[in-house]
Design a protein around this ligand. Structure first.
Ligand code: B12
Length: 210
C-alpha cells in the first residue's frame, strides 16, 4: 500500500496518492510512517531524477502537487486539535524561494506537537516576517530555504530583525535541504533542525529550558 503512494508521488498521480493515503489510514498505518516511508522518500527520488535530468520542472511540479494532495489528507491525523498550544511559531520560506513542501511538513509536525502555527507562505520578504512577529509575538520564527541562491536571504532576514530591534526577543529556527549547522551558526540563527520531527523536538526542548 505504501509502495503505491510512493509510486503515485513519483508519477505525480494526485488521485492515486489521495486514495492511497486514505486507504493506508483506514488500514491503520501510522500517519508519520506514511509520510516518511511513502511520501518524503518519494520526493527525494524526484529530486534525484531531476538532478540526473530524467525529470524536468513539469514532472517536479506534478509530483509536488500529488504530495500536497496526500499531505492535506494526512494533516488532521498528524495534528492534535484539543490541547492548549505549547507555543507559537511563525513559519515562512524566504524571499525568492517558492519551495514549500518541507516548510509545510515542519508546520504540520509542529502543529501535531501542540504548537500554534502561523504559516506566512513562500517568497517571504524580511518585512513580512517582521510584521508577523510584531503581530503574533511567536516563541519561534522558522525560516526555510531550498535553494543555495536563497540561503543568503536567511542572513538578510536575520540582519533586518537586528536593524529593527527585534532580534533579541526572536528565536530563529532555520532549515531546508542546503542548510546545515555550520551555516546556521554563521548567520547567527538560534536553532538548526535537519527535519520536521527534530524541529518540533528542539523547539520543545528550548521551551522547557526557558
Ligand atoms: C519539488 C521541488 C520543486 C517544486 C517545488 C514545489 C513546492 N510547492 O514546494 C518546483 C517545481 C516549483 C521547484 C522549482 C525549482 N527548483 Co526545486 N526542487 C524540488 C525537489 C524535487 C523537492 C523539494 C522537496 O519538497 N523535498 C521534500 C521535503 C520534505 O524536504 P525538504 O524541503 O528538504 O524539507 C525538510 C528539511 O529540509 C526540513 N526543513 C525544511 N524547511 C525547514 C524550515 C525549518 C524552520 C526547519 C527547522 C526545517 C526545515 O524539514 C523538512 C521536512 O523534514 C528538490 C530536490 C530535493 N531532493 O530537495 C528540488 C530542488 C530544491 N530544486 C532545485 C531547483 C534548481 C529549482 C528551480 C531553480 C528549477 C528551475 N530551473 O526553475 C526552481 C526554483 C523556484 C523557486 N524560485 O523557488 C534544486 C536546488 C539546487 C540548488 N543547489 O539550489 C533542487 C535541489 C533539485 C536538484 N537536485 O537540482 N522545485
Amino acid at each position: 500500500m505504501l509502495t503505491s503512494i510512493y509510486d503515485g508521488v513519483i508519477k505525480g498521480d494526485l488521485q492515486s496518492v489521495k486514495e492511497g493515503v486514505a486507504q493506508a489510514l483506514t488500514a491503520g498505518y501510522d500517519p508519520s510512517d506514511i509520510l516518511t516511508t511513502a511520501m518524503t522518500s518519494a520526493m527525494e527520488e524526484v529530486g534525484r531524477r531531476f538532478e540526473n535530468e530524467e525529470y524536468y520542472i513539469p514532472e517536479m511540479l506534478i509530483a509536488a502537487r500529488a504530495m500536497h494532495g496526500g499531505m492535506e489528507i494526512l494533516r488532521p491525523h498528524l495534528a492534535k486539535t484539543d490541547a492548549e498550544p505549547v507555543g507559537k511559531v511563525v513559519l515562512g520560506t524566504v524571499k525568492g524561494d517558492l519551495h514549500d513542501i518541507g516548510k509545510n511538513l515542519v508546520g504540520m509536525i509542529m502543529e501535531g506537537a501542540g504548537f500554534d502555527v502561523v504559516d506566512l507562505g513562500v517568497d517571504i520578504y524580511p518585512e513580512k516576517f517582521i510584521e508577523a512577529i510584531r503581530q503574533h509575538r511567536p516563541d519561534f520564527v522558522g525560516l526555510s530555504a531550498l535553494l543555495t541562491t536563497t540561503m543568503p536571504a536567511m542572513r538578510t532576514t536575520i540582519d533586518k530583525f537586528k536593524d529593527v530591534g527585534i532580534r533579541s526577543q526572536t528565536v530563529v529556527m532555520v532549515g531546508g535541504a542546503p542548510i546545515n549547522q555550520a551555516f546556521a551558526d554563521e548567520i547567527g540563527a538560534d536553532i538548526y533542525a535537519p527535519n520536521a520531527a527534530s524541529a518540533a523536538r528542539k523547539a520543545i526542548e528550548m521551551l522547557r529550558r526557558t
